[in-house]
Design a protein around this ligand. Structure first.
Ligand code: NAD
Ligand code: MG
Length: 416
């Protein structure tokens, strides 16, 4: 029985993880949950999984949670109510919960950084969904992994595909997981991208893109922030940096290919030029389950892949002019040090402004570029945790300053 801590349990990754725990009740048990604000769903999860501890990001609502749990009918209340914690300290305690074997990081954005680090420092294995933490703080997280012996198992479907392909090579040495050093014999990574909501849009029409347009993904059902990142291809840019830290390849050896069917989840090219790929229907449950069961594979009754049903698999190079965020991410990754943290925070803030309809979709890359340009002179090559947190906060503020400069023309740019 593997004991799970699920961070961000009320989100897309979190709820799918809990569904897996229910599908395999003799394999997985949930001991810790953390959530942002969705108390209704969290209470339902506490009822179903009876965790030992629950942490709420919003500490102000812990009393309300306690009251509501206490008021539950005895017939539906778990025999033992969980310990309730709040704020960052609470999230970190839940992430490092002693009885947990594996921590699933489903918090969105850099808000997941401190809990992720707490889990790493406690030597827990991690199913890493919360890519923003590794991207912002790779230079901080990787040495901590080495020190504690914690292992990062990639839950992101592309990185899971790469990880699964590498299991079939002679270098499938578990100690090589996520050390950030080059994986021997791995020559090139091809990350596949669905192309997101605007895959078939003419670039000229992007000026008219609304929030509703950007949040409807053709192949995957995910949280709002990552869905916008998919539309801008920033998600793939972030995944390039994630792959760099996980598998140790130079940026020149990590490529993006648009694959509209999302059947091949990524490919690796080995030293002898052989290319391995992992295939499946686009469903995050598979990469999450592989993190939970690794190194084993569990029997599932899930719909089996039938390539004759798919018919055609197609591939094309992404158009850099249509997807400036992709270029910004490569540039930030190559600059290294604190630049990915700045780029990531600027993206989070710009996407939040876009979702609040305060800036236009095309302003997202404009804002990120301005903020990254400003940071160039202050770049720190080997940042500490406090450096990362400081540049993250600075970049968010810098986005607001840059957006104020844009705001005069935003109403005109937004569709009527
Ligand atoms: P989501 O928005 O659906 O869920 C986010 C979760 O984090 C929720 O439980 C929310 O309550 C919690 N949360 C939000 N802000 C918080 C804060 N400040 N402090 C603590 N908790 C907070 O997001 P998601 O789509 O599940 O994505 C989660 C992470 O997984 C992201 O980093 C994303 O890039 C990554 N990811 C998601 C998918 C997917 O299919 N959804 C695929 C690959 C990677
Ligand atoms: Mg992905």
């Amino acid at each position: 029985m593997k004991a799970l801590a699920v961070l961000g349990s009320t989100g897309s990754i979190g709820t799918q993880t809990l569904e897996l725990a229910e599908e395999f009740p003799d394999r997985f048990q949930v001991v810790a949950l953390t959530a942002g604000n969705n108390l209704d769903l969290l209470i339902e999860q506490i009822r179903r999984h009876a965790p030992e501890v629950v942490a709420l990001a919003n500490a102000d609502r812990v009393a309300e949670l306690r009251e509501r749990l206490g008021a539950l009918d005895a017939a539906v209340r778990p025999a033992r109510l969980p310990e309730l914690l709040g704020g960052n300290e609470g999230l970190c305690a839940a992430a490092a919960w002693p009885s947990a074997d594996l921590v699933v990081t489903g918090i969105v954005g850099c808000a997941g950084l401190l809990p992720t680090l707490a889990a790493v420092r406690a030597g827990k294995d991690l199913a890493l969904a919360n890519k923003e933490t590794l991207i912002a703080a790779g230079p901080v997280v990787l040495p901590e992994l080495e020190k504690s012996g914690a292992r990062l198992l990639p839950a992101d479907s592309e990185h899971s595909a790469i990880f699964q392909c590498l299991q079939g090579t002679p270098w499938a040495d578990t100690a090589r997981l996520s050390t950030g050093t080059p994986t021997p014999g791995l020559r090139r990574i091809q990350l596949t991208a669905s192309g997101g909501a605007f895959r078939d849009w003419d670039p000229a029409d992007l000026a008219k893109a609304t929030v509703a347009d950007a949040t409807s993904h053709p192949n995957w059902s995910m949280g709002r922030k990552i869905t916008v990142d998919s539309a801008s291809l920033m998600n793939k840019g972030l995944e390039v940096i994630e792959a760099h830290y996980l598998f140790g390849l130079d940026y020149d050896a990590i490529e993006i290919v648009i694959h509209p069917q999302s059947i091949i989840h990524s490919m690796v090219e080995l030293a002898d030029s052989s290319v391995l790929a992992q295939l499946g229907w686009p469903d995050m449950k598979l990469p999450i389950l592989y993190c939970l069961s690794w190194p084993e594979r569990l029997e599932t009754p899930w719909r089996r892949l039938d390539l004759t049903e798919v018919g055609t698999l197609s591939f094309r190079k992404p158009d850099p002019a249509k997807y400036p965020c992709m270029q910004l991410a490569y540039a930030a990754g190559r600059a290294g040090g604190t630049m990915p943290a700045v780029m990531n925070a600027a993206n989070e803030q710009a996407v939040a402004l876009f979702l609040a309809e305060q800036v236009h979709f095309l302003d997202i890359p404009r804002l990120i570029e301005r903020v990254c340009d400003r940071h160039r002179v202050d770049l720190m090559a080997a940042p500490s945790l406090s450096d990362v947190l400081a540049v993250d906060a600075w970049a968010r503020q810098a986005v607001h300053e840059a957006a104020a400069g844009l705001s005069a023309r935003v109403p005109a740019a937004l569709p009527a």
